[in-house]
Design a protein around this ligand. Structure first.
Ligand code: HAM
Length: 426
């Protein structure tokens, strides 16, 4: 064994203590924000039946699945959390009090082509609302994203949210191009989601590929791509027509976000359709306003996912917010927190004879809630003091034979350098 096998697999990370302190800091903000919005945390296995994830709309996420067969079972590491949450909702359908607000913080696996901000495992904070068809749910979720961003210290405007509605596009296509083939809509969205990556011409090629799932005529494909240029709700009105329900929803959503004072950070963008097949309505993505990094988070409404899994339809909307891009963004803004290790007390028995008394003291302090490190072995006092300072300890308790006969310990405060005696009361 050696070489590559001693490295973590490409695109995966080891977390050393300093890395984990940062990750915990971010996760604490995820969880605290979810609590502020009164969401409850759930969890599910990292491994699921592969079938839960293998949809047939040509999504990248399905091609990137880490999957294997074991004892005749086809299993996969979850690439995202939404199907597992849907499975859990479905298992208790009827018994759940709606609307339901659930969140998760989980590791997900995708065999990605790696670029900045995209790894092969990442953690995602998901917030989902089930059972609410109105855009008040979207407003709540978008509010939570802004709250999280504020908490990290990012200045307002550093991240904006682009919003669109697949329903708007679907309404106009169903009246025309897709009138007789509504099933082509999901694969069509999957293709046009790639426009930023592969360009308009390649998207038109794929939409017009006679062997593809969409199969439009070339002129129709070009018309679809032209619809993605709308950047204001008034442009969108021309697409959907004034009677459009999807447009009314978008207008209401902007109004609601305006009332929270964040209207300036929400922008309409018809080119945002998202790459997952299950979205049906409003879709959104938070992005780095400098245009440097990939999406900070993304989500949308998926009112038909339960049906596709064989359950009864239930409106749902949510987002996934990864740990990788936000950390890159915070680093670019010089906002990564410098989190030091801290412990309260270091207990140093000068010799093995003083260890029982040291252990008794350690126990008392831990019971009182202090974090206590007992010095192992019998290093020199100088090393103990240097190590204690490097570990972020506040005090060092020195227990020597003299101290013990007098029933005390010498306590050194590492910040002030002062030293005093403390009784070793039991
Ligand atoms: P997604 O857009 O595929 O959506 O992922 C959501 C977020 O997860 C991305 O915006 C990004 O922050 C992060 N992410 C995804 N893939 C990677 C990767 N390879 N490396 C680093 N970060 C990544 C979903 O997964 C949906 N299930 C979200 C959702 C929840 N929609 C409704 N509810």
């Amino acid at each position: 064994m050696g070489g590559e096998s001693l490295q973590p697999p490409r695109g995966t990370r080891d977390f050393y203590p300093e890395d984990l302190r940062r990750r915990d800091w971010l996760f604490a903000h995820f969880r605290d924000t979810a609590r502020l919005y009164a969401f409850e945390e759930i969890d599910a296995p990292i491994l699921e039946h592969a079938e839960l994830f293998t949809r047939k709309a040509g999504e990248e996420i399905v091609e990137q699945l880490y999957h294997f067969e074991l004892h005749d079972r086809h299993l996969a590491l979850r690439p995202e959390m939404t199907p597992s949450v849907a499975r859990m909702v479905m298992a208790r359908a009827g018994g759940l009090r709606l609307p339901l607000r659930w969140f998760t913080v989980t590791q997900n696996w995708r065999y990605e082509r790696m670029t900045r901000g995209r790894l092969r495992e990442h953690y995602q904070w998901n917030m989902d609302i089930w059972g609410e068809p109105g855009v008040a749910a979207e407003a709540e979720l978008i509010g939570a994203i802004f709250t999280l961003l504020d908490r990290t210290g990012l200045p307002r405007g550093a991240v904006r949210i682009r919003v669109n509605s697949r329903a708007l596009l679907e309404e106009s296509l169903r009246r025309g191009i897709l009138a007789r083939r509504p099933e082509a809509f999901a694969p069509l969205c999957v293709v046009i989601d790639k426009i930023g990556k592969i360009g308009a011409d390649a998207v038109i090629d794929q939409l017009a590929d006679p062997a593809g799932a969409v199969g439009l005529a070339r002129a129709e494909a070009a018309d679809v791509v032209a619809m993605l240029d709308a950047r204001t709700l008034d442009d969108a009105a021309r697409l959907g027509g004034e009677g459009s329900l999807a447009l009314a929803d978008l207008r209401r959503l902007f109004e609601l976000i305006d009332s929270t004072g964040r209207g300036g950070d929400l922008v309409f963008d018809a080119s945002v359709v998202r790459g997952l097949a299950y979205y049906t309505g409003v879709v959104f993505e938070a992005f780095d306003a400098r245009g440097v990094l990939r999406a900070v988070c993304g989500g949308g409404r998926y009112d038909r996912l339960l049906e596709t899994l064989g359950g009864r339809a239930l409106p749902a909307v949510g987002f996934g917010f990864g740990d990788v891009v936000i950390m890159e963004l915070l680093a670019d803004h010089g906002l990564l927190p410098d989190l030091r290790r801290t412990i309260d007390e270091v207990i140093f028995p000068l010799g093995e004879a003083q260890r029982p008394a040291a252990l008794a003291l350690t126990g008392r302090l831990r019971t009182a809630g202090h974090s206590v490190q007992t010095v192992l072995g019998t290093p020199r006092l100088k090393k103990v003091l240097t190590d204690a300072a490097a570990d972020g300890a506040r005090r060092v308790w020195i227990l020597g034979p003299d101290e013990l006969t007098r029933g005390v310990a010498t306590v050194r405060d590492l910040q002030s350098g002062e030293q005093r005696e403390e009784p070793l009361v039991s």
